[in-house]
Design a protein around this ligand. Structure first.
Ligand code: GTQ
Length: 375
């Protein structure tokens, strides 16, 4: 070993486990195993990495390739049989759990005109981002909402929820995002089917958006004490308009362009306690700088086209494509158009990271802030 390398090795291993096997040690390890025990130094460097090491890999799912498979499910199973008729997205780095990235799940749910999926509730928090079709609805604790393209909807944990499509609607597909893997990792996941299978509509249609969805306004004296947002549906048009207005007066973030969080209008904080969501606008030709965050991200392109460089690899996206960024992985985004803006919807587990005091973010210092592309 050259001296430099040896010195570097010594420095890297200082204070770290560095024990070579001997016949006595190997015997010792076997004996410990028989006692359902082990020597920490054999696993320490793996279980206590210098920094987060995700088993998840960056992946992009092209909607054009998935869509036909999703539509096939429509003919193969009914919502009654399936409970939820969903094609989930599986991260190839994760064979242990049904996860898209980190401790987040995502899937594409499909329903036809006149179909209804039964009402249930669970410890997992859920959200939806509507992709195509007309007439879709969700009922959350009696608040029935009509859903349109690029609308963002909450079904917070513990709330009864069911989905369906109106008789005069068309086949609808939306993206589900849930923290199912997190709930299972925490061994905290309960699940219940509604005793009547369907719940009543107890409030005027879209009342949550009409009550809480006007920018900067709320009904006088109205209060709210639940742990999630009273606004359950965030419509696309006002979201896009908010981004366009911000763009006129702000340079935005060097890492994320014009970037806005969906918030609980009562607190200004995240809409649910474990998961948050954002919409970002990349200006024509914009290429953001690379940064990395403690937290996992699932993106969907809501408008335009472009690419992202994630962990040194390029992923090209266009409308409705979905891709993921694992925790602590460098990522930067590029709008592929020189004349049109591009929008990326994303959901993430930053509220969990922040609540636990784990959130960190770092910008790439080298190479003017841009990742070298892996060959
Ligand atoms: O609609 O409640 O994709 O419970 C996975 C689990 C959707 C839902 C999914 C679920 C749901």
């Amino acid at each position: 070993m050259a001296t430099d390398t040896y010195d570097q090795f010594r420095e890297d291993m200082l204070g770290r486990a560095n024990v070579a096997d001997t016949p006595e040690l190997v015997d010792f390890y076997h004996d410990l195993e028989s006692q359902h025990a082990g020597a920490l130094w054999t696993v320490a460097n793996k279980i206590e990495p210098w920094e987060p090491e995700s088993d998840s890999v960056p992946v992009l799912w092209e909607y054009d390739r998935l869509r036909d498979h999703v539509l096939r499910a429509l003919k193969l199973v009914s919502p009654e049989q399936a409970g939820r008729r969903v094609v989930y997205l599986a991260n190839p780095g994760r064979t242990d759990v049904t996860a898209a990235v980190g401790w987040l799940y995502t899937g594409l749910q499909v329903m036809g005109p006149g179909e209804v999926a039964s009402s249930h509730r669970h410890s997992a928090s859920a959200l939806r981002f509507i992709m195509e079709g007309s007439g879709a609805f969700t009922n959350v604790d009696g608040h029935k909402m009509t859903l349109g393209r690029n609308d963002f909807v909450l079904t917070p944990n513990g709330t009864w929820h069911e989905h369906g499509v109106a008789e005069d609607g068309s086949v609808c597909i939306w993206q589900d995002g849930l923290d199912i893997p997190l709930m299972n990792a925490l061994e905290a996941n309960f699940y219940e089917v509604h005793p009547d299978l369907q719940q009543a509509v107890s409030f005027p249609i879209d009342d949550s958006t009409s009550t809480w969805g006007s920018p900067g306004l709320k009904p006088a004296g109205e209060t709210w004490s639940k742990r999630y947002s009273p606004l359950l549906k965030y419509e696309w048009e006002p979201t896009y308009e908010a981004l366009c207005r911000l763009e006129k007066v702000s340079d935005g973030s060097p890492y994320d362009g014009i970037h806005m969080d969906y918030v609980n209008p009562f607190t200004g904080g995240p809409p649910m306690s474990t998961m948050g969501a954002s919409m970002q606008l990349l200006r024509p030709g914009e290429h953001t700088k690379a940064h990395r965050e403690v937290g996992s991200f699932v993106y969907q392109c809501a408008k335009g086209h472009g690419h992202s460089i994630i962990g040194g690899k390029r992923f090209d996206w266009k409308e409705k494509d979905i891709f993921v960024v694992p925790s602590w992985m460098w990522h930067e985004h590029v709008n592929g158009s020189g004349s049109e803006d591009a929008c990326l919807f994303s959901f993430h587990d930053l509220p969990t990271m922040r609540a636990l005091g784990l959130y960190r973010v770092e910008g790439l210092a080298e190479n003017d802030g841009y990742q070298p592309l892996a060959s």
